[in-house]
Design a protein around this ligand. Structure first.
Ligand SMILES: NC(=O)c1ccc[n+]([C@@H]2O[C@H](COP(=O)([O-])OP(=O)(O)OC[C@H]3O[C@@H](n4cnc5c(N)ncnc54)[C@H](O)[C@@H]3O)[C@@H](O)[C@H]2O)c1
Length: 355
């Protein structure tokens, strides 16, 4: 019989419900405990509930923790998990700033424990289909792409009802939402070279940016745009929360808001996934974590690998502040003197990147 990994969820708020639902459909893992200072939330999640991660880790024999608390808690919770020697899955955004992100990654690497960022967007099946089509050469060499990100929850006096804390974030749309599209661009087209970003706000009820348009380059060969706002639902509605187009030398891939994928004008893949969150991407991300932990294989979004996506977000905000295009290397060099996509041969765990 294969071993079932014993997991503990840390943070039992809005999004953790999607995590729990995903875990419940993964046979190789079981959530045996949960921690949240609001202990009634933890009680609804697992047979054994705790007011703090410290207490949970002290009392439980766990193989991994799933951190679904907000970004300001990530460093201390990762440090705690490292002390308890468990594998770690941690939600995005990885950290509030570049220095903290590096500290988290270095802390995990030094421990030689498995550490993966929960970045579920690239696990949406329509992006996996597009990835396969590009790899098989169905559209020839990619030239350009565009992603639209849309939701209608940013209007009115009380926007973002399900996550009201979003109203108070100084940096909102890129850090919380477009980070997913940036990561998908990294997944599909490789390392990002530069970003030029513009952003703003329409609704006086919130603090940060709630529309943004990003222009990205991937070396000399591929460029793209990511255009996001939260003032209008996509039409028709669907799990993509927007749509995408990818142009190559020999054809086009279109991803509709329904999740259907077209090769030129022909339907190439029909989205019939109805379970879980947005194409069952949370469960797919969790299943990848479990498979990699059990089989000792690299994660797609290791801490070190994900620093590239994280640097792109930092570059976007610097671009907005300085009204110019920003090279990702300038973010990385200025802060650490080391490239985020360069694996560190000193630690096996740092090879967990597709770059
Ligand atoms: N990948 C996605 O698609 C996606 C979507 C939504 C949110 N998220 C991310 O999920 C994370 C959580 O977001 P949310 O909307 O669920 O937030 P939330 O505020 O609803 O939930 C966070 C929970 O963590 C608890 N908490 C706070 N400090 C804690 C600590 N030290 N130990 C244990 N629990 C603690 C809070 O009491 C709360 O119940 C954020 O990082 C957010 O960006 C990801």
């Amino acid at each position: 019989m294969t071993k079932v990994l014993r997991g503990g969820i840390i943070g039992c708020g809005f999004f953790a419900r999607h995590h729990l639902e995903g875990w419940q459909r993964i046979e190789e893992a079981s959530i045996v405990a949960a921690a949240d200072p609001l202990v009634d939330r933890a009680e609804a999640f697992a047979p054994r509930a705790y007011r703090s991660a410290e207490e949970m880790l002290a009392r439980e024999e766990l193989d991994f923790v799933d951190i679904v608390a907000r970004v300001d808690q990530h460093l201390s919770l990762v440090q705690l998990a490292v002390e308890s020697k468990v594998a770690i899955l941690c939600q995005k955004p990885l950290a509030p700033d570049w220095t903290t992100a590096l500290e988290i990654v270095r802390c995990a690497e030094a421990s030689r424990l498995r550490f993966m960022v929960h970045e579920n967007w690239r696990w949406q099946p329509w992006y996996r289909v597009a990835h396969d089509m590009i790899r098989k050469g169905n559209i020839g060499a990619p030239i350009a792409y565009g992603f639209r990100s849309r939701a209608g929850d940013g209007v009115g006096d009380a926007p973002y009802r399900l996550q009201s804390y979003l109203r108070n974030l100084d940096q909102f749309l890129i850090d919380e939402a477009l980070v997913h599209h940036i990561d998908v661009a990294h997944f599909l087209f490789g390392s990002i070279g530069t970003i030029y970003a513009q952003a703003g706000r329409r609704n006086a009820a919130i603090a940060g940016e709630e529309w943004a348009i990003l222009s990205l380059t991937h070396g000399d060969s591929v460029h793209g745009w990511i255009d996001g706002h939260r003032f209008l639902e996509p039409e028709p509605g669907g799990p993509v929360a927007g749509d995408a187009v990818i142009e190559g030398e020999a054809g086009t891939i279109s991803i509709r808001s329904t999740g259907d994928v077209y090769h030129n004008q022909s339907l190439a893949w029909k989205n019939e996934v109805s379970a879980g969150y947005r194409g069952d991407s949370v469960r797919a991300c969790q299943a990848h974590f479990v498979a990699c932990v059990k089989n000792g294989i690299p994660f797609e979004t290791s801490g070190r690998g994900y620093l590239h996506t994280f640097a792109a977000v930092r570059a976007a905000y610097r671009s907005i502040a300085e009204s110019r295009s920003i090279s990702l290397l300038s973010i990385v060099d200025a802060a650490s003197g080391t490239g985020p996509t360069e694996p560190n041969p000193a630690h096996g765990i740092t090879t967990d990147s597709r770059d």
